[in-house]
Design a binder for this molecule. Structure first.
Ligand code: AMP
Ligand code: MG
Length: 505
C-alpha cells in the first residue's frame, strides 16, 4: 500500500448482542439476587469451543482480551444485571431445602444466530446461595464439564453447552490445593425442576410459582399455553423431553452421577457435569460417583430416577394444577405416564440405529437384550464393541472373526451373531451401506474418565494441548480421526480402574 493511501479501518468485531434478561431477570427479585462476579487474578484461556462460538456468531470476539476479562468474571456485560437464582431440590432422595446458584452467575442473555441464549459463569465467586461452599470451581472439574458439554452436543444429546474455559492461579482448597477456573455455560435456560419445587415449598401463595410457569411456558412450551392447566401440560411436555434424554444417555452409556432434582433441566438438557462417566466395560450396576454409597444413581437405575424426579416436579406444580382444575392426582399421574412409552420407544429406536436395523420388529427387543446381557456378563467394552458391530457382515460370517474375538464366550456370540445376520438379511441389509449408517450411530470416541484425567494432569502443569486435541476429536465423535492418538479409541489402561470421581468439584 502507498504510504499516502488512506487505510481502510478493520471491520469491527461482532460482540455479543446483550439484552435485558427476559426470563430470570424478568421474573423479579423473588427469583434470585443481582450481584457481580468476584474477580480472579491472572486470567488465561484454557480452552474455547470454536464450534459453539461459530454457532453464536462470536468467533472473532472470543479471541479478544475483552472476552477473557468478561468470561473470567472480571468485567460486567454492558446491559442487564448479573444474578444468581434461587432453587431447592431433592438430593439423594431427601428434601434438601433451599440450594440455589452457589457458584454460578447468570451473565445475561444474548441474541444470537442460534436464538436467544443465556450465558452463565460457573465458578464466579460467592453468592447468597453458596452455603458452606467457596463459590469457586477447580480446573480439574471445569475441564471435565467443558469437554463433556461439547462432547454430548456432538453426540446429538441435549445438553447445556460450554463456550470457554478460563483459568486463574488463584488457589482453591478441595482435598488438596488446586486452582480456580470458570466455565462459560450456554443454554436457552438453566431453570431446573428445583426452581419449581422451591416456590411450591416456600412461598405462601402461588403467585411466584405461577409467574415462573407462565414465563417458561411462554418462552419454551408455547403449545401448553392454551391448556386448561398450563402447569399440567408443562409436566407432560417435560416428561416427554426427559424420556428422550434418558434414552439418549442409556444408548450411549452415559452415567450422570448426581441426578438430584436440582440437576434436572426443565428443558430436558443434560446439566451440571460433576462425577459423570461413560461406561467402559458394559456394567448396568456401574456407579460413577464415588460419593454415591448406595448406588442410587447407578447406570441402569437412571431411567427410574428420572421418573422419580418427575414426581418431585409434579409436587412442585401441584398447587397450580389444583387451582386450575381441582385436586386431581390422577391427572398428574396421567401427565407423567408418557414418560414410560416415550422412553421405551426412543431407546428401542436408538438401539435399532446402533444395530443398523431400519424397521422395527417384535423380536428386536430380545435381540438387543441378549446382546447387552452378553456384554454385561463379560464386561465387554461398550463403545468399542458397538463401533465394531458396524463392520459386521451378514453376507460372510468369516469376516466377523475380529468382532467375535471381543467376546470370551465365542460360541455364545456365534449364536447371537447368527440371529443378527438372519435379522439383517430379512430386511435385505447391505453390509457396506449399513456400515456407513451405523458409524453415525456408534461413536468412535467418548470422554472416558482416564482420557479426561490425562488431559487434566497436563493442564495442571500448564499444558492445555491435550484438552484441545480431545475437544477436536469429541466434537466429531463419529468420524475416524486417523491422526488422533490411538489411546483415544482404545481400551482403558489398567490404572483407569483406580480412578475415583466424586462430588468434589
Ligand atoms: P451440585 O451437587 O454440584 O449440583 O451442587 C449442589 C449445590 O451446591 C448447588 O446449589 C451448588 O450451587 C452448590 N455448590 C456446589 N459447589 C459449590 C461451591 N464450591 N461453592 C458454592 N456452592 C456450591
Ligand atoms: Mg447442581
Amino acid at each position: 500500500m502507498h504510504p499516502t493511501e488512506p487505510m481502510t479501518p478493520a471491520p469491527p468485531i461482532a460482540a455479543p448482542r446483550w439484552r435485558e434478561s427476559t426470563l430470570m431477570g424478568g421474573l423479579g427479585p423473588a427469583f434470585g439476587t443481582c450481584l457481580p462476579p468476584s474477580p480472579l487474578p491472572g486470567l488465561h484461556w484454557v480452552a474455547r469451543s470454536q464450534a459453539l462460538a461459530a454457532e453464536l456468531g462470536l468467533t472473532d470476539w472470543l479471541q479478544t482480551a475483552e472476552a477473557l476479562a468478561l468470561l473470567g468474571g472480571n468485567t460486567l456485560p454492558p446491559v442487564g444485571a448479573t444474578q444468581a437464582s434461587v432453587y431447592s431440590g431433592h438430593q439423594f432422595g431427601q428434601w434438601a431445602g433451599q440450594l440455589g446458584d452457589g457458584r454460578a452467575l447468570l451473565l445475561g442473555e444474548v441474541d444470537s444466530p442460534a436464538g436467544v441464549m443465556e450465558l452463565q459463569l460457573k465458578g464466579a465467586g460467592l453468592t447468597p446461595y453458596s452455603r458452606m461452599g467457596d463459590g469457586r470451581a477447580v480446573l480439574r472439574s471445569s475441564i471435565r464439564e467443558f469437554l463433556c458439554s461439547e462432547a454430548m452436543a456432538a453426540l446429538g444429546i441435549a445438553t447445556t453447552r460450554a463456550l470457554a474455559l478460563v483459568g486463574s492461579p488463584a488457589p482453591v482448597r478441595r482435598e488438596t490445593m488446586e486452582t480456580a477456573a470458570v466455565v462459560t455455560r450456554v443454554a436457552p435456560s438453566f431453570i431446573r425442576f428445583g426452581h419449581f419445587e422451591h416456590f411450591a415449598h416456600t412461598a405462601a401463595d402461588t403467585g411466584a410459582l405461577r409467574k415462573l410457569v407462565d414465563a417458561v411456558v411462554d418462552r419454551f412450551y408455547p403449545d401448553c399455553r392454551g391448556a386448561a392447566s398450563p402447569a399440567l401440560a408443562l409436566l407432560e411436555a417435560v416428561s416427554r423431553r426427559t424420556a428422550v434424554l434418558l434414552a439418549d444417555w442409556q444408548a450411549v452409556g452415559f452415567c450422570h452421577g448426581v441426578m438430584n432434582t436440582d440437576n434436572m433441566s426443565i428443558l430436558g438438557l443434560t446439566i451440571d457435569y460433576g462425577p459423570f462417566g461413560f461406561l467402559d466395560g458394559f456394567d448396568p450396576g456401574h456407579v460413577c460417583n464415588h460419593s454415591d454409597h448406595q448406588g442410587r444413581y447407578a447406570f441402569a437405575r437412571q431411567p427410574n430416577v428420572a421418573f422419580w424426579n418427575l414426581h418431585a416436579l409434579a409436587q412442585g406444580l401441584q398447587p397450580l394444577v389444583v387451582a386450575d382444575i381441582g385436586d386431581d392426582i390422577d391427572a398428574l399421574k396421567a401427565a407423567m405416564e408418557p414418560y414410560k412409552t416415550v422412553f421405551a420407544e426412543t431407546l428401542q429406536a436408538r438401539l435399532r440405529a446402533k444395530l443398523g436395523l431400519r424397521a422395527a420388529r417384535p423380536e428386536d427387543a430380545e435381540l438387543f437384550d441378549d446382546l447387552l446381557r452378553m456384554m454385561a456378563q463379560e464386561r465387554t467394552d461398550y463403545t468399542i464393541a458397538m463401533r465394531a458391530l458396524g463392520r459386521f457382515s451378514s453376507a460372510d460370517g468369516a469376516l466377523n472373526t475380529p468382532l467375535r474375538d471381543k467376546f470370551m464366550d465365542r460360541d455364545k456370540f456365534g449364536a447371537w451373531a447368527a440371529r443378527y445376520a438372519a435379522r439383517l438379511r430379512a430386511e435385505s441389509s447391505l453390509d457396506a451401506e449399513r456400515a456407513g449408517r451405523m458409524d453415525r450411530a456408534n461413536p468412535k470416541f467418548v470422554l472416558r474418565n482416564h482420557l479426561a484425567e490425562s488431559a487434566i494432569r497436563l493442564a495442571e502443569g500448564g499444558d492445555f494441548s491435550a484438552v484441545d486435541s480431545l475437544l477436536t476429536v469429541l466434537q466429531s465423535p463419529f468420524d475416524e480421526h486417523p491422526q488422533a492418538p490411538a489411546a483415544y479409541a482404545a481400551l482403558p489402561p489398567d490404572w483407569a480402574q483406580q480412578l475415583e470421581v466424586s462430588c468434589s468439584s
